[in-house]
Design a protein around this ligand. Structure first.
Ligand code: SAM
Length: 240
């Protein structure tokens, strides 16, 4: 396991993502806790150690390329077992992270990881994204919103874009066949005052299989109209 981890750690260096010894130790602890807790609650379908390292940790670390020095406050909407938010919090100990999820049992797991790893830069929020932004008044509160595997793009943008400041960014992790989702998102982008800046493609190999992925960078060019996000029923019934 250690040897194969080194291979991927070195590969990340070529992307400009450098993990310190301490970060690698923290990821190792995170992986062990994930496997331990996964026996009790459903956190991940991936149980092979090398695959966890690549498909969860390395995958999430690719987001680091799109987060700048100026970005201080980051929210991960629908974080699940901490992807990508907790991995990024390990990589950026000087930035503040909020991990939000509707499922409390996953947050109980995250709390254990945060305590055992001694992370001081992570806050957990329980609730639905489209409700919490109003309840906790988190409109335009973050520099960046990240998200992976939560909803189709038009729905996801309505969940996450209210949280970011004007000129802030949504960093959305998707598979490589994202063009259709982008096509059906033109109205959502317009209505929510968003602009797709770039579609970044990347790939990695694990166990002789290639995985092609994409990261969308979407900028908020103006405030979110206060009628958004709508309630879940409306979002689901009539996506933007
Ligand atoms: N982002 C993680 C990952 O990539 O492994 C988890 C993905 S999992 C498929 C989707 C997660 O999003 C679940 O933990 C679910 O509870 C959460 N979720 C879905 N809709 C949500 C919403 N409207 N507000 C908050 N969390 C939501």
């Amino acid at each position: 396991m250690k040897n194969s981890t080194h291979f991927y750690v070195n590969q990340l260096v070529t992307e400009g993502i450098v993990l310190t010894e301490n970060m690698q130790k923290q990821l190792e602890m995170y992986k062990n806790l994930l496997l331990e807790w996964n026996e009790k609650i459903n956190l991940t379908a991936i149980t092979d150690e090398e695959e966890i390292f690549v498909k969860h940790f390395v995958d999430c670390l690719y987001c680091a390329k799109y987060i700048t020095k100026e970005d201080k406050k980051i929210i991960d909407v629908g974080t699940g077992a901490g992807f990508p938010g907790l991995v990024l919090a390990i990589y950026f100990p000087d930035k503040e992270f909020t991990l939000l999820d509707a499922l409390n049992k996953r947050l109980v797991f995250l709390e254990d990881v945060i305590n055992k790893l001694g992370l001081k830069n992570v806050k957990l929020v329980h609730g639905r994204a489209e409700e919490i932004v109003r309840i906790d008044n988190l409109y335009e509160n973050y520099d960046i919103a990240v998200s992976r595997a939560v909803a189709q793009l038009p729905i996801l943008l309505e969940y996450i874009s209210p949280y970011i400041k004007v000129n802030g960014k949504c960093i959305v992790m998707k598979g490589d066949n994202v063009d259709e989702e982008i096509k059906v998102s033109s109205n959502a982008l317009k209505v929510l005052n968003l602009k797709l800046l770039r579609k970044n493609l990347y790939s990695y190999n694990v166990k002789n299989e290639e995985y092609k992925r994409s990261i969308l960078e979407i900028e908020k060019i103006n405030e979110t109209p206060k009628k958004y996000p709508r309630n879940y029923g409306k979002i689901k019934k009539k996506p933007l």
